[in-house]
Design a protein around this ligand. Sequence first.
Ligand SMILES: *Cc1c(COP(=O)(O)O)cnc(C)c1O
Length: 462
Amino acid sequence: MTLQERMINELEEKEIFRKAQSYAFDYLDKIEEKDVYPSEKNLEQLQVLHEELTNESSNPIDILSILHNIGSLGTVTHTGGRYFGFIIGGAIPISLASKWLADIWDQCGGLYVSSPLNAELELICEGWLKDILNLPSETIAGFVSGASMANFSAITAARYHILKNLGWDINKKGLNGAPKIRIVTHEQIHASIRKNLILLGFGDENIEYVKSDKQGRMITSELPKLDDSCIVFLQAGNANSGSFDDFETVCEIANKANAWVHIDGAFGLWVAASKKLSYLTKGIEKADSWALDAHKTLNVPYDSGIVLCKHPGSIANALQATGDYIIYSAEKRDPMLYTPEMSKRSRAIELWATLKYLGKNGIDEMITTFHENAKKISIELEMAGFLILNDVVFNQVLVALETDQKTKSVLAFLQNSGKIWLGGSMWGGKTVIRISVSSWKTNEDDIQTTIELFKSAKEASV
Ligand SMILES: *Cc1c(COP(=O)(O)O)cnc(C)c1O
């Protein structure tokens, strides 16, 4: 049999797809029994995978068996209820199921002609997102791999826009000799903004840092005088404390000065959908661009982020591409006009499915519940003698003991327990344990297990 004949057989028999499904269901069913983070012993077994690539092809059923029996030992169970590390989020069942279906379709989402379905769903999601977040009607959305690329896209749009207004076409003339763009932000801005500023040639030393307060918010009275050469970066959700900048105050100053305001709202911007928490996003509609993740607090599978921009012409010009073979659609949406990528995954499919499944009330309920769970954890830990170092305004809790050494000892105990996983960070010069509540699956039992583990860890700490 030729290679092609074998592959046709595999498609027709579907044995490998049934096998994959059965392994996947087995994984899902056992997820709460698995170690949240793989044990050393399990990680060692991954070494078996290191081998020379053979000349002969391998049996596809064996490949799935290796992935299931060995590969899955090295997975972290983000989709369970007791993973509190970083801000990763779980995956809502319909988001997985719809992505699974879409994987079979394997749509290239760059152009309308390469996937009309993806283009239509992007348009629908764009409208829904503007509605949920209460953003201006002219806002355009680009569907990217995550908030890093969303920030990247927004910065290129801002750069194009500002230079255009200063009489400089960056697409033609580039950066050499261009008018200076001022970058204004605060000390607590997320690393991905700094990374993107470096990537885009602005340089770390050219950033004008404003001081931030104890919660990690910009001290607005310290804002330097802004002008029409400024891009100001604010944050909806500090990755440690969860705090939100004062958008209203900064946007009003920036708007008067004709400066561009970008809000990095990777995990936090969704609070706009929560009746209880939307006060935190007051004034966001006055910004020029926003970055948002679907794969974090919305619990859509990786990878999925969104850039939103109030200046459609500027983002499309900044991310434009030309080529004789590119077929743009005159009247339809071409997704790649609003993203750095050309070929891309049709991630609007599972995003659409998730938004439709939850509805506005479901998003509100899920996002508000993250906050309520975080609050509950912080109150119980405080009663158990832990220090809580942040105001728990959203889903983040920063926990410490009297000494850094004790905090580190508790963190190591928790990480080695296999029952929960969370990371460490620094806050106000102290070592902290960072709890991020961002999975729909976390329930009361998970919270109690977590509290009990913290108590045991404290008793055992040195
Ligand atoms: C996670 C995060 C990012 C980066 O997003 P990715 O989806 O990992 O690319 C940027 N900003 C903030 C505030 C974040 O929490």
